[in-house]
Design a protein around this ligand. Structure first.
Ligand SMILES: NC(=O)c1ccc[n+]([C@@H]2O[C@H](COP(=O)([O-])OP(=O)(O)OC[C@H]3O[C@@H](n4cnc5c(N)ncnc54)[C@H](OP(=O)(O)O)[C@@H]3O)[C@@H](O)[C@H]2O)c1
Length: 342
């Protein structure tokens, strides 16, 4: 096996005018900052707070740099995209970190697929020549509705004639930090099986955002599907737990959850879900949980069906273990959003 490719930073191109979707999400906010740092003009098209969760309040611009222009509208409405978002203006590129917050089929097809289809259409009407899309490495083995929805849009983007960069990252720090508080509170670290069924190359929000922003100018990333992980070796859940205990100066303690238990939950909810839509959604969430308990977030060799850490490129400088250290020191916090299972 060859060592994983290390992605090198690149030189800066001309400033661009960029329409950013999903700018209020974890990676979207980091990407807005990365784009602004590079001197690009960024317009974020976001929904109002009331449209998100029914609560009145100020517009969703918290966490976005002051340089960003925030426009409000409905990304699921093609007319709003054109009227409130693009407004008939010139943009060089469309960047999207938009993603369903639940992953349940209806939302996934509405956001990960249809809203992107409509945004692509609006971008083409506005003569946009380039799109950078945040996708996910797991779409290479698409067993879940949200993966199928993402993949369906990826296919349409590739065929669209726009210059594209489809970025498929491995696991985010927020998805691997859910147990920090319970371990701090003296509880054992939960693992599926022996804790080494899966592994990933965690990538920080900042490093991923830099990688996404650099897609605008890097000719090597044009018209490519780009799996990407963070720096260092791939790590298993057991190694994450061991490191957390080491940082806390305690002996590692694990509680094993059998994958068979997840199978039973998936089967039970799946059966009941045929009669009750709310349980069908819960069944999909259980399938998502099972998927991440058993599938690695690494490049999958299509011939052998084996996940390959060495074939998964690395970028950036921030490691998960540094992040754990900062979390424990109270110098960082986790923004896990609504779908902690992703
Ligand atoms: N977590 C991981 O480890 C991981 C790893 C690899 C890839 N990924 C992929 O990364 C993506 C998630 O990124 P993230 O964590 O940055 O996402 P996030 O924090 O959940 O943000 C999602 C963004 O999409 C917007 N959005 C969702 N539904 C919307 C709607 N109906 N109308 C308007 N806007 C809507 C959200 O706006 P609001 O703020 O208004 O809700 C937010 O800006 C997913 O595609 C996932 O598959 C995740």
């Amino acid at each position: 096996m060859s060592a994983a490719t290390i992605v090198t930073p690149l030189s800066q191109g001309q400033p661009k005018r960029v329409m950013l979707l999903g700018g209020t999400g974890t990676i979207g906010r980091a990407t807005a900052r990365a784009l602004v740092r590079r001197g690009h003009e960024v317009v974020c098209f976001v929904r109002g707070r009331a449209d998100r969760d029914g609560t009145p309040g100020p517009s969703q611009s918290a966490g976005l740099p002051a340089e960003v222009i925030v426009r409000h509208g409905d990304v699921t409405d093609p007319q709003s995209l054109a009227r409130d978002g693009f407004r008939g203006e010139r943009f060089d590129a469309l960047a999207s970190c938009l993603a369903s917050r639940t992953g349940v089929p209806k939302d996934a097809w509405a956001i990960d697929h249809q809203a992107h289809m409509d945004a692509l259409q609006a971008a083409r009407a506005a003569d946009v020549g380039q799109m950078v899309l945040l996708s996910a490495i797991c779409v290479q083995k698409p067993l879940l509705a949200f993966q199928q929805a993402k993949l369906a849009f990826e296919t349409k983007l590739v065929a669209s004639g726009l210059t594209y960069s489809i970025v498929r990252p491995t696991a985010f720090f927020k998805s691997l930090s859910g147990q920090v508080d319970r371990v701090k509170a003296g509880k054992p670290f939960l693992i599926f099986g022996d804790g080494a069924i899966t592994s990933c190359k965690p990538i920080s929000d900042h490093d991923l955002a830099d990688y996404l922003a650099d897609c605008l100018d890097d000719a090597r990333r044009r018209n490519r599907v780009l799996p990407i992980g963070g720096p260092g070796d791939a790590i298993t859940p057991r190694e994450q737990g061991e490191h957390l205990f080491k940082l806390l100066g305690r002996k590692a303690r694990f509680s094993r959850v059998p994958v068979r238990l997840l199978d039973a939950i998936v089967l039970g909810l799946g059966t009941l879900g045929r009669f009750a839509p709310s349980l069908a959604e819960k069944a999909e969430l259980a399938r998502i949980g099972r998927y991440y308990a058993t599938e690695s977030m690494l490049v999958l060799d299509p011939v052998t069906g084996v996940y390959d850490a060495a074939a998964t490129p690395s970028t950036g400088t921030e490691t998960l273990f540094d992040f754990y250290e900062r979390l424990l020191a109270g110098e960082a916090s986790v923004d896990r959003g609504d779908h902690a299972v992703f």
